[in-house]
Every structure is written in C-alpha cells, then in structure tokens.
Write a protein that binds this ligand. Structure first.
Ligand code: COA
Length: 165
C-alpha cells in the first residue's frame, strides 16, 4: 500500500483513504467477491486487478474503517477521460454514505489528473449502483443491449453513464 492516507468522518464511521498498490490487488478482489452477486459475474479477480494496475495510468482507491477495507474503486485514465471500472462497498457497510464519498473522491482525483469526464458502464438491473451514480450527477449517454450474460444465461443491457468534471 502506498500514498498518504486521508482521514474523513462520516456519521459514526471514521474512514481512512489510501492508494492501493499491486500488493492490494488480492484485498480488492476479496472485497469485490463479497460485494458482487456471483450471478452477474462482475467481480474481477486479483490477477485482473493487478494486470490493470500494472498497465497505463490506473489506480486503486481503498477506504478503511479501522483496519477493515470497506469500500474501493478501480479507475483507468485514457487521454482526458477516466473510466471507473469497478467499485463496491462491503455489504456490511452499505447505505451509510460510503458510496457517495467514494464517487466524490474518484471525481476529485480524476480532476487532479487532468480529466474532464468520468464515465462508467453499469448493468441496467443494478438499482443500487444506478441510484448512486444518478445522485452523484451522472447522465446516461448510451446503452449496449444484452451486454451482460448471467450465470443462468439471461442477457441484461449495459448502461453507459458520464459525469462532466
Ligand atoms: C452501489 C454501491 C457501491 C452503493 O454503495 P453504498 O455505500 O451503499 O452507497 P451510499 O450509502 O453512499 O448510497 C448513495 C446513494 O446510492 C443509492 N443507493 C444505494 N443503495 C441503494 C439501494 N439499495 N436501492 C436504491 N438506491 C440505493 C441511493 O441514491 C443512495 O443515496 P441515499 O442513501 O441518500 O438514498 C453498493 O450497493 C455496492 O457495493 N453494490 C455491489 C457492487 C456494485 O454494484 N458496484 C457498482 C457497479 S461497478
């Protein structure tokens, strides 16, 4: 783990943010495995996360409560845009504003890196994530029909959302 931790207070939760390094790929993958429903095959493996962190301009943000990792985001910058590739809050810590705080942090870091737009793709049936992104000001700008294929074989659209920074 590298970078300077930043402390923030949210209600009863003291959240400490840290930049994740290659060594944290496994930790992020475990959090993703716990957070994503297996049916949708959205969680990345540690190898996939490490592969991304080892290439191009990408970064991993992890929020800790005490010593427990509770929220993370994986991002990649390309030219003047940042893609939020993966993010999640631990199921035990949902609906406490951690997702909001995560998006605000990713937006600020993207701005600091010179990006003018933050974009992402989300499963059309993911009401929690859509609620989070819309609340943060993201607007829908595209749809890929049947992009996600579930374990049961169903197809679900992907929605592309963007936020001007
Ligand atoms: C989406 C997710 C990150 C939200 O995290 P969170 O820490 O619970 O989010 P917050 O508490 O900051 O909630 C922010 C807003 O998101 C929306 N939201 C969160 N959970 C919701 C739910 N279950 N139903 C509807 N809206 C929801 C609401 O607009 C909420 O604002 P409000 O509490 O003022 O109503 C979390 O549900 C999660 O990890 N889901 C599984 C992984 C995932 O889908 N990641 C995103 C796709 S990559």
């Amino acid at each position: 783990m590298s970078g300077r931790p930043i402390l923030s207070l949210h209600e009863d939760i003291a959240l400490r943010w840290a930049d994740g390094g290659l060594d944290d790929a496994l930790l992020a993958a475990r959090l993703a495995e716990e957070a994503f429903e297996p049916e949708y095959r959205e969680a990345w493996t540690a190898g996939q996360i490490a592969g991304l962190l080892g290439s191009g301009e990408s970064w991993l943000d992890i929020g800790y409560r005490a010593e427990e990792p509770v929220v993370f985001a994986l991002c990649r910058k390309a030219v003047d845009e940042v893609e939020l590739l993966l993010c999640a809050t631990s199921p035990r810590w949902r609906r406490r504003g951690l997702g909001n705080e995560l998006i605000a942090r990713v937006a600020a870091q993207s701005r600091n890196r010179g990006a003018g737009r933050l974009f992402l793709e989300v499963r059309a049936s993911n009401a929690e994530a859509l609620g989070l992104y819309r609340k943060a000001g993201f607007c829908e700008n595209g749809r890929r029909p049947g992009y996600y294929r579930t374990v049961s074989g169903d197809s679900i659209d992907a929605i592309t959302l963007a936020l001007a920074l």
